[in-house]
Design a protein. Structure first.
Length: 208
């Protein structure tokens, strides 16, 4: 349905986009460095799942409603910001075991996945990005518009997941080394919490 040249151009642009550090990268690195590679990858998978939801919303037109309604946009934006700040405050206040041999991690992979899904779904900027970006590569003459949007969305999700896995592997290896230091172990929760709070504040003050 999509001609090869358009798809190649799209992939090149998306690769450049997803490998530039942004909110998704920061969340993944924060989780991987504090809780291990597996949790970092789970966070990236959660973000990818959230982006799949936004792909579906873009296809069925719900994203257009969010874009058109200032009130609805603000509601979703502040819900997303509040959730990120909530996660940040919890991480800052949570006491982390100082025994590196205990095997305890600040968060499980399943929990990190759920949190990442919800945080990404509640980000209206992502919804607007999908609404504005994907249609630029759709050609009505190439067949079903919904089918083309679906392909473009899935490609974006897969490439985004690839980038977060790469960052998680790097940050997880570094985190394993750093966690041998009790001082780093003590402050890792505050680092993760600070990242979440900063992202929440950034989302809250963003304009449409």
């Amino acid at each position: 349905m999509i001609d090869p040249m358009t798809l190649i151009t799209y992939v090149a642009i998306v690769l450049g986009f997803v490998f530039i550090p942004g909110p998704a990268t920061l969340l993944t690195v924060a989780r991987a460095s504090s809780s291990g590679t597996r949790v970092g990858i789970a966070t990236g998978a959660g973000i990818a799942a959230g982006d799949l939801v936004h792909t579906v919303l873009a296809i069925v037109g719900i994203s257009a409603v969010i874009a058109a309604s200032a009130v609805l946009f603000s509601i979703v934006k502040y819900l997303g910001a509040a959730y990120l700040v909530y996660l940040g405050v919890r991480a800052i206040l949570e006491k982390t075991p100082l025994d590196p041999t205990s095997g305890a991690l600040p968060v499980t992979a399943a929990k990190a996945f759920r949190q990442a899904v919800l945080a990404e779904v509640l980000n209206p900027k992502t919804a607007l990005f999908f609404l504005a970006f994907l249609p630029q590569f759709v050609r009505p003459g190439n067949g079903s518009v919904a089918g083309q949007l679906a392909v473009l969305g899935v490609v974006f999700v897969l490439l985004g997941l690839l980038s977060t896995v790469v960052f998680a592997l790097g940050a997880g290896s570094l985190g394993n080394f750093l966690r041998r230091n009790p001082t780093v172990l003590k402050w890792q929760g505050k680092f993760v919490g600070g990242v979440y709070c900063a992202l929440g504040a950034r989302l809250a003050f963003q304009e449409r």
